[in-house]
Design a protein around this ligand. Structure first.
Ligand code: XMP
Length: 515
């Protein structure tokens, strides 16, 4: 089993980030809930523990705590913020509200050399975000560093391998935070840094082979995105032609999406690919619908209907492969074994409910998106598919404000294709999170040739955002020359559009999509 760092999650907004930071050093990390039992950690080959931050105060009744027996496992433990207060508290220190809360960048001075602070300058900056602090430190603790308002900003226990940092080493605003995490995982926990996301490939292939009996088939809904494509490629490697992929063309796809998926899967993999043209059905079900949530609901139901009909014609299809990722697993609540008790079905219509009667296969459920991309490259998926921007399950329907019709889909698809082409040609595609067009139901007056135009002339909004997690996003200060080319090509090449605007809203308060 892979040596693993356990991140015990006390509700910090940075919990995923801690696991990411550890994995960036090629050390496997998993999140566990506060009530994890020591045996579960032992059974998962845990070699070190990080107690995350969290929004509570350790002295408030009912505040999350962990089983004190994990301190007797003999494993190194690093407490971060709340995790430090909790660990110090369980080992005899007193935690109190700070006189002044500390938020943001603060100067840290190292008082004493220690392996946890190796290679960190004596004076540095750290990112604080706390209202409580460790006030009374018993004699068996050693203070290692302080900030002007926090005398015990870094501490260690003199006998046990317990370390505490009051600040957040996992955020980039703590410039030497990465070094502190590396000191912990390599020098203190003894990790070797040999884990690679592609180790998952052999493991998953083995596991899929063990799970799926020789007479059974697996089906996989392909959406054209990286998660479902990598899932399909992995399952195909495991069981070859016993995989059937279903690609539903709902008429709401980006330009050439269907052709691209067909070419990749027919050309590279030995899978039975069924392409279902259901665009008439979807468009009929969307006729007269203006409300965004109603559009989503109808598309979701139609997708399941189409999928179910298709699946019925595949003999022995008892397994369903899905591209669930680790963030989905974490969001839905992490169980003792470090995996989710119940998978939240993402609003992506590719996420099919297990009630369809299938056994789920989720080979990516321990991975972050960038790790999935590494695996995609390893499996030989084309770069263009691996780096494709995320596309919502309901597709163009939530980018066409108002009623969705085939003609309006065609108009938006052409404009969107120009946006993507120009962004790519200018070298921006990989630098931004999402770039797309939105068709507005606004008729705009224009002049084309010698006449004024109005009827049938609409507006396209260009939305280009940068984001790391899609929870928050900023609009991109893209070269004006690129916007100029996008605008002039759209009004010249897409009949029905005479005006192009650029969306300069952040999320929050805006969302990335318009609907
Ligand atoms: P918002 O618009 O909520 O989008 O800021 C955040 C991310 O989620 C995608 N998105 C969806 N994905 N089904 C999906 O599969 C949906 O209904 C849906 N709505 C938004 C959006 O493209 C962005 O990446």
């Amino acid at each position: 089993m892979e040596p693993t760092i356990a991140v015990i999650d006390f509700g910090s907004q940075y919990r995923q980030l801690i696991a990411r930071r550890v994995r960036e050093n090629h050390v496997h990390a998993l999140l566990f809930p506060p009530n994890v039992k020591p045996e579960a950690l032992r059974n998962t080959a845990v070699v070190g523990i990080i107690l995350s931050g969290g929004p509570s105060s350790t002295y408030v009744p009912g505040a999350p705590t962990c089983d004190p027996a994990i301190f007797d496992l003999g494993l190194p433990i690093l407490g971060i913020c709340y995790g430090m207060q909790l660990g110090c508290g369980l080992l005899g220190a007193k935690v109190t509200p700070a006189e002044c809360r500390e938020y943001g960048r603060t100067a840290l001075r190292i008082l004493r050399d220690d392996p946890i602070l190796a290679h960190v300058p004596r004076d540095t900056t750290v990112w604080m975000s706390h209202g409580d602090l460790v006030a009374d430190l018993p004699p068996d603790f050693i203070p290692l560093a302080a900030t002007p308002r926090c005398p015990y900003a870094v501490v260690r226990h003199s006998v046990r391998p317990f370390f505490g940092v009051q600040f957040h080493p996992e955020v980039t605003h703590t410039p030497h935070g990465g070094q502190i995490l590396r000191n912990f995982v390599f020098d203190i926990c003894g990790c070797s840094g040999t884990w690679r996301p592609d180790h998952i490939v052999d493991q998953s292939v083995e596991e899929i082979r063990r799970t799926v009996p020789r007479d059974a088939r697996v089906i996989c809904g392909l959406s054209g995105g990286v998660d479902s494509s990598v899932t399909a490629a992995l399952v195909s490697r495991a069981i070859g032609d016993r995989l059937t992929c279903i690609f539903v063309d709902n008429g709401l796809l980006r330009a050439n999406e269907r052709e691209r998926v067909e070419a990749t899967f027919r050309g590279h993999f030995k899978v039975d690919l069924r392409v279902v043209d259901a665009s008439e059905r979807f468009l009929a079900r969307l006729a007269g619908v203006f409300d965004p949530q109603e559009k989503r609901r109808r598309i979701g139901h139609e997708f399941i209907d189409v999928f179910r009909e298709e699946a019925r014609s595949i003999p022995n299809a008892r397994f369903l492969a899905q591209g669930t990722l680790y963030p989905d697993v974490i969001e839905s609540g992490v169980s003792e074994a470090g995996t989710a008790a119940s998978i939240k079905l993402h609003h992506n219509v590719g996420g099919l409910p297990a009630e369809l009667g299938f056994v789920l296969i989720e080979p990516l459920r321990d991975l972050f998106k960038d790790e999935v991309r590494v695996i995609g490259e390893l499996l030989g998926l084309p770069e263009e598919m691996i780096w494709r921007h995320p596309f919502p399950g309901p597709g163009l329907a939530v980018r066409i404000i108002g009623e969705v019709t085939r003609a309006r889909c065609d108009v938006l698809r052409r404009a969107d294709d120009i946006i993507v082409q120009e962004i790519s040609d200018a070298g921006w595609y990989r630098k931004v999170g999402q770039a797309f067009g939105v068709l507005l139901p606004v008729a705009a007056v224009g002049v084309m040739g010698d006449g004024r135009t109005y009827a049938g002339q609409h507006v396209v909004a260009v939305r280009i955002v940068e984001t790391t997690d899609y929870m928050t996003a900023d609009w991109v200060h893209i070269d004006h020359a690129v916007l100029e080319r996008i605008s002039s090509r759209i009004v010249n090449e897409v009949p029905g559009i005479n005006r192009v605007v650029y969306d300069v809203s952040s999320k929050p308060p805006g969302t990335i999509e318009w609907e």
